[in-house]
Ligand binder design. Sequence first.
Ligand code: ADP
Ligand code: MG
Length: 335
Amino acid sequence: MDEFGLIEQFLAHATGRGEDVVLGIGDDAAIVNLPASRQLAICTDTLVAGRHFLSATAPADIGWKALAVNLSDLAAMGAEPRWFTLALTLPEADSAWLEAFARGLGQLAAQTGTSLVGGDTTRGPLAITITAGGWLEPGCAIRRAGAKPGDVLCVTGSLGDAALALKRAQEAADARSSESAAWLRQRLDRPSPRIEAGRALAGLAHAAIDISDGLLADAGHLRLDGGQPGGIVIDTRALPRSDAFRALAPAEIATELQLTGGDDYELCLSLAPEDVAEAQHRLADIALSLTVVGEVLAQPGLWLKDADDCHACDETRQHGFNHFLQKTEGKGDGG
Ligand code: ADP
Ligand code: MG
């Protein structure tokens, strides 16, 4: 089947019809209306087979995740995602694969009210690039810079679930062997971008980033008000754990998975201590927890605190996954 046939058959239904989409798939370019007094936030992310997802990943999950990692970036800005384009590189025109891929993609698109407005399809090793756009009220974006010394560092949800699922998959543990194992695998394959949390905390949080490469690596990208690096202390005892993580994470690597494992797609936010209760209250409305895991200091550096002491974090641990260093399949980074 030719490129047009594939698009028509499988992707058209993910198109949706956001009221701001004037012209979607089918012409030389899409047209969207910009609402009055809104700014456009744009981001893009690529998933490559064997690098960002295990090659055995179900195509429906790949479709979901390709969109989720982009919506997570918009969520971290406090933006309202509206539409996206899809550049698809496929080794062959496999209609069963495309049908499932479009289904997973379409599920998250429907759930988030986002529309596929166009894209490109080419032949080659499997890779998916999505570019997503969303609206922001001018001046209301939560940026990576803006943290203040004395702020507390908070994270949504739980950390380490996806990294544990990936580790189990690499060790060929059966993802369906228990409810906990299946739940963890969902966290790896079908992350929930924290869109509502980002919107709820815009205007309250001083700075934010989504956690795709591990808490240490991503928190290290936060900056102070003036754009200069600040210091961060993370209390490893405070890192939030899901029930499934508690049940299945080997004790000796649990903290490491939470600090350096990828694919959490939670938000890491810098908040004034007096605003934490209000932030938690706002997230309770969407049934999401917000946990204080550390604090922001004026002095640059990254420190880890536990029951025994507080020590500077080794540089190499901060870097999270680096695409050009690691060659093994499935590294647990999506960003
Ligand atoms: P062109 O040759 O002008 O680039 P294409 O043949 O690539 O046009 O695409 C035709 C139409 O189909 C365009 O509207 C394009 O946005 C859409 N399209 C192509 N590939 C995809 C895709 N993977 N997802 C969504 N829309 C697509
Ligand atoms: Mg094209």
